[in-house]
Design a protein around this ligand. Structure first.
Ligand SMILES: [Zn+2]
Length: 699
């Protein structure tokens, strides 16, 4: 139904969060990096920050905010008292609905076998069937849709207020605010019973720009929580619809969640707020003020048959879905009408899968599609025989893991460019590749490597052996089979072959594409990746650089090309690949480099070498001023997890001991094979070619 990808469960914990549930302690412990320990508190994780209630009486009220970087460790411990039902009411503003709604394009975007995209008239009467023309002029196809509000247009806002407590709520006053300025006051004369809901309307004349609406309950009565007495929503935010069965909502009312209340609505509304908090915090060179796009909860649809309701989202007469993303709650137990409450662990932490999945609803793809173990490949490291693997260059982001992460720079650029456009597209940012892309092959001293052979292999492709190679600016490319099968491993044969020029540069050929323009404004034109598909399989290319019979391997990730485009490098982008080769003026390399486990103990490695041959007595280019020892871990490319220096020693030294534990983080993906390398350091820090060896495994 929803055009989203099946999403793997990547339950990898990247923070030191320990869950000790059912223990003797009845509340959380939070340890700060300065040594301060907060005992018996209640902690909520919002990714970039923790919200802390210092004691039980504070739960549901204002919380102390602590930036994540100040927190060393959190222990979540919730005793029996946490779930005890207070004999109190609890008025909650569950959602604010906005009408008239804008059209969404979920279910109405079509991708052809080359990942060209167009709005489709299928299943609706509102989108024009323009055939091929819709691939280049999508705005024509959707010209009859309501895609924005006009200034002065009457908007109806409907606030839903529900008593999620365990005693009747007394009548209360309320106030509507726009941009925190009071617009209208009113009174609810009715006493709301447990789980009873009522609604309030506000008419407002639409104004363009970034405005917010607030609905606030004004009351002195004692309640379980006060933070749910008001809701503030961004009026420019994309509206989500949630589908849930009343039985599930009822079951959730029996237990307290990490939002501090006894309410399904409060817990998941909090997750939508977290998305907005993380949008604001996703600050990058391409998004210096963060992501300005926002989301809001537009409707909760309570229905005994969520399956049917989910299939029936085109309820409007024109067949268009009038939301910008939806989520349907249903598991196998729900289907049997056995309403099980989530376990304590689940509901007393943040459900990080949800912001990720709701991110897909906005058009964001899974960045873990760019991870690659290479297992089905023919390409191996010559020294170990290991498959050449790749781990995404910036994995700690919301659309790579389910975890407490900000969105990536591409996500930020994309959402900032499209915040006022309907949702329903997916991954069309992969169309955004700079017009001319170059590789700059550098040697160990950062000097261009002339005359190096470049062969590029692409995941998700197979070279068409019947097609004739084409030359573009002196670089050859080989047409690939276009049958829509993007699930292939990296091509056996090269899709691009060329040689670097005298400066070490190679212009990547712009391979032909089926042209397309998405409604979001992204235009796919000829580019180095060719018909790059919007899930990203083709967004990964393996580069083999060879000079003097020593091949080295690198990965080109479409992510980085798109980042460059969002940063403003739309005309020209250079990818630098650093090789271990020496320069013309380099000294000769060391000889007989060896690495053995065990120096003083088994956790050390002893690296030894011999001095280089002396070619010319007293010649300054060959004057050895020292040696540098390097290390590398795993089978990934030389540009994604590169060599790192471990020691620089004086010229008489012939051995160095490295501690295995001394290494940077984020490098040991796929395997723990260690390589060590040594260079000769000559005058001015000029280094020789790096001579490498594989550390033999422990016996
Ligand atoms: Zn996913």
């Amino acid at each position: 139904m929803m055009p989203r990808l099946a999403c793997g469960t990547l339950a990898i914990s990247l923070v030191s969060l320990t869950l000790l549930l059912g223990g003797r302690a009845s509340a959380d412990t939070l340890e700060l990096t300065d040594g301060t320990v907060l005992n018996d508190c209640f902690v909520r994780d919002e990714g970039v920050r923790y919200l802390v209630w210092q004691k039980m009486a504070d739960v549901g009220g204002p919380a102390r905010i602590i930036p994540r970087s100040k927190v060393k460790q959190v222990k979540i411990q919730r005793g029996e008292a946490w779930d005890a039902h207070p004999e109190l009411p609890d008025l909650s503003v569950t959602f604010i609905e906005l009408n008239p709604k804008l059209a969404g394009l979920h279910g109405n975007v079509f991708y052809d076998s080359c990942s060209r995209v167009k709005p489709t008239a299928e299943g609706n009467k509102a989108i024009l069937d323009l055939g091929e023309k819709a691939y280049l002029e999508p705005q024509e196809a959707v010209k009859n849709l309501k895609l924005k509000h006009e200034p002065g247009e009457e908007i109806t806002l409907t606030a839903h207020v529900k008593n999620v407590g365990f005693a009747d709520a007394k009548p209360f006053k309320y106030v509507w605010l726009i941009d925190q300025k009071e617009l209208q006051q009113g009174e609810c004369p009715k006493a709301l019973k447990e789980m009873e809901e009522t609604t309030f309307e506000l008419k407002w004349k639409w104004e363009d720009g970034f405005h917010s609406v607030t609905f606030k309950v004004l009351t002195d009565q004692a309640e379980i929580a006060t933070l749910n007495n008001e809701a503030t929503d961004p009026l420019w935010g994309w509206g989500y619809w949630f589908y849930v069965e009343p039985g599930r909502v009822k079951a959730w009312h029996q237990i307290r969640t990490n939002a501090g209340t006894f309410s399904f609505e409060d817990y998941y509304r909090w997750h939508v707020q977290i998305m907005n908090t993380l949008f604001a915090a996703s600050v990058f060179p391409a998004a210096p003020e963060g992501i300005k796009a926002r989301v809001r909860l537009d409707r909760i649809i309570y229905t005994d048959n969520v399956e049917k309701a989910g299939q029936n989202q085109r309820s409007a007469e024109d067949g268009i879905i009038y939301h910008q993303g939806a989520w349907i709650w249903q598991n196998d137990e729900d289907k049997k009408k056995e309403w099980k409450v989530p376990d304590k662990q689940g509901r007393n932490t943040t459900e990080w899968s949800l912001p990720h999945e709701l991110g897909h609803q906005l058009g964001l793809t899974d960045w873990y599609y760019l991870d690659y173990d290479g297992k089905r490949d023919v390409h191996t490291w010559p020294d170990t025989g290991e498959k050449i693997a790749h781990f995404m260059t910036h994995a700690d982001t919301m659309m790579h893991w389910h975890g407490p992460h900000v969105w990536s720079e591409v996500d930020a650029g994309y959402l900032n460019m499209t915040w006022d456009k309907p949702r329903g597209h997916f991954g069309d940012y992969f169309y955004a590749i700079p017009r001319e892309c170059f590789l700059e092959i550098q040697d160990i001293n950062g000097v261009g490597v002339p005359g190096a052979t470049i062969e590029i292999f692409q995941r998700g492709t197979e070279v068409d052996s019947k097609a004739t190679p084409v030359e573009d600016h002196g670089v050859k490319y080989f047409p690939v089979i276009e049958d829509g099968n993007f699930g292939l491993p990296v091509s056996k044969a090269a899709v691009v072959v060329g040689k670097t020029d005298e400066f070490g540069m190679l212009r990547l050929p712009n391979r032909p594409v089926k042209e397309a323009v998405s409604l979001n404004g992204f235009h796919r034109e000829p580019n180095p990746f060719g018909n790059l598909n919007v899930c990203g399989e083709r967004g990964l290319m393996l580069v083999r650089v060879t000079k003097r019979d020593r091949p080295t391997f690198y990965w080109l990730e479409a992510y980085n090309f798109t980042v460059a485009w969002f940063r403003g490098q739309r005309e020209k982008f250079i990818t630098v690949l650093r090789t271990p080769y020496g320069s013309a003026g380099s000294p000769l390399p060391p000889r007989n480099v060896k690495a053995t486990l065990g120096g003083w103990n088994k956790d050390q490695v002893r690296v030894t070498w011999e001095a280089p041959e002396v070619r010319h007595e007293q010649q300054y280019l060959e004057r050895v001023i020292g040696y540098r020892v390097y290390r590398r871990i795993g089978p990934t490319g030389l540009n994604d997890r590169p060599w790192f220096p471990v020691a620089t020693v004086e010229p008489a030294t012939r051995a160095s001991v490295a501690e295995l534990k001394d290494k940077p983080d984020d490098i040991d993906w796929f395997s723990h094979v260690n390589r060590f390398g040594v260079t000769v350091v000559a005058e001015d820090g000029v280094e020789s070619e790096l001579i490498e060896v594989v550390l033999p495994a422990a016996k």
